[in-house]
Design a protein around this ligand. Structure first.
Ligand SMILES: *Cc1c(COP(=O)(O)O)cnc(C)c1O
Length: 411
């Protein structure tokens, strides 16, 4: 998007504000489907947790995507956005049997990643087909928080437990219609991914009634210049070939499924903040913006790098700034960044603000969560209002105390 378009959005909707470029979401979706054009049946299920605004979900629906959900609430959001139950896969971790049953009542495909729950579910509902999440124990992922395929991971059913898994299926007479893996975000090396897929194919041969194989996600997108990006085109070509060979051997055309979040929405997002103050200390120049980890926590939570640019003064002389928030805790967005000269009142733009940014926002410090705007067909559409004071108090219950002195409850 152009700086002028972003500045106009701040003018119209205030700061801070999240902006998403629908065209970028569409082009990423197309890139992925193009990369796998040689596969007969392809299903892209957008991972709702990355960015869950209902208008974003509706937009994905128009693109032809399904959705991947991790909570019953995300399932409900998807249904509210107009997805059919059969376009939704529910891939929770560590939820109760009740929640899984609730999802099956809504008619969505469930994915179970725990032998104990699988056995209980299969015993009660042998006629509902289930997908199982396998842990291939392949180390992948950008950091230990988002690497979920390793041996000590809480995710998935270990490939070393396949005999136990098969016994449960035999005893309960349940049907396994899909197998799934999700090795974690940030796949840097296609060979690692293909290696994990071989393990999944090997496992798949043990199940006779498969309809799909779901390869999860973990596609890496560049967050700064020089970052490695998953080569989707190469992955598409190599995995499609393996998949088509597998289908031949298996004897039916299965659906190849993916469930990317970050790849589809990360680069579509811009987070716009206003500089409240520029503060010079003996060693550092701080740019203090009207936001904090209440709105964008990834840098503090994962050490993620978000590029920060000054869209008010893009031609200004470059200087070094440490960009921080207004939260009363250390909340550094970026340390010693080279940014065009910053003046108080300038608008700083955080890139890659589509995935895991708004969806992780909170009300910490009793601040409002920001507005969200979708840029679509060259127009800005408000898709979420900035919160208000009423929102902060909503659901809080006030107790009336008798007097300030004795703090005794009335009644
Ligand atoms: C979070 C998650 C995804 C999406 O991961 P990205 O790195 O955003 O693509 C996909 N599948 C499951 C099961 C997830 O939990």
């Amino acid at each position: 998007m152009l700086n002028s378009q972003l500045l106009k959005i701040v003018e119209d909707f205030g700061s801070p504000v999240y902006v998403y470029d629908a065209e970028k979401i569409g082009s990423q979706y197309k890139r992925l489907t193009d990369a796998f054009k040689d596969v007969k049946k392809l299903k892209i299920n957008y991972a709702v947790k990355a960015l869950s605004n209902i208008s974003i979900l509706k937009y994905f629906n128009t693109l032809g995507a399904g959705i991947d959900t991790v909570s019953i609430q995300e399932v409900q959001l998807g249904l509210a956005a107009g997805f059919l139950p059969e376009q939704i896969i529910f891939t929770p971790n560590g939820v109760s049997l009740d929640e899984i049953e609730e999802a099956t009542i809504l008619g969505v495909q469930i994915n179970i990643d725990n032998l104990s729950i699988l056995e209980q579910f299969g015993t009660k509902h042998p006629n509902i087909p289930v997908c199982i999440r396998i842990n291939p124990h392949v180390m992948a992922g950008g950091n230990s928080n988002i690497s979920v395929g390793h041996i000590d991971s809480k995710f998935g059913i270990s490939i070393h437990q396949i005999p136990h898994l098969l016994r449960i299926i035999e005893n309960t007479k349940m049907t396994i219609n899909g197998i799934h893996m999700h090795t974690g975000s940030d796949i840097l090396d296609i060979d690692v991914f293909l290696y994990a897929s071989e393990i999944l194919f090997d496992t798949a041969k043990q199940f006779k009634n498969l309809e799909f194989i779901d390869f999860g996600s973990g596609f890496k997108v560049p967050y700064k210049t020089g970052d490695i990006e998953t080569n989707i085109e190469e992955l598409g070509q190599k995995l499609s070939e393996k998949f088509n060979n597998f289908c031949k051997e298996y004897g039916s055309d299965l659906t190849l499924a993916f469930e990317p979040g970050k790849f589809l929405v990360s680069q579509s997002g811009y987070f716009l903040t206003k500089v409240n103050a520029v503060k010079q200390t003996t060693s550092t120049v701080f740019a203090q913006v009207d936001s904090g980890f209440n709105h964008l926590i990834r840098p503090m939570f994962y050490g993620s790098h978000h590029e920060i640019i000054n869209i008010s003064n893009p031609k200004g002389r470059e200087r070094f700034y440490t960009v921080v928030g207004y939260i009363c805790e250390t909340d550094t967005f970026g340390n010693n960044r080279r940014i065009n000269e910053i003046n108080e009142g300038d608008i700083l733009c955080f890139k890659n603000a589509g995935a895991y940014c708004f969806s992780m926002a909170s009300n910490y410090n009793s601040r409002y969560r920001p507005a969200e705007v979708l840029w679509h067909n060259k127009k800005a559409h408000l898709i979420r209002q900035r919160e208000s004071f009423e929102d902060l108090l909503k659901n809080q219950i006030e107790i009336e105390f008798k007097s300030k002195k004795d703090n005794v409850l009335v009644g």
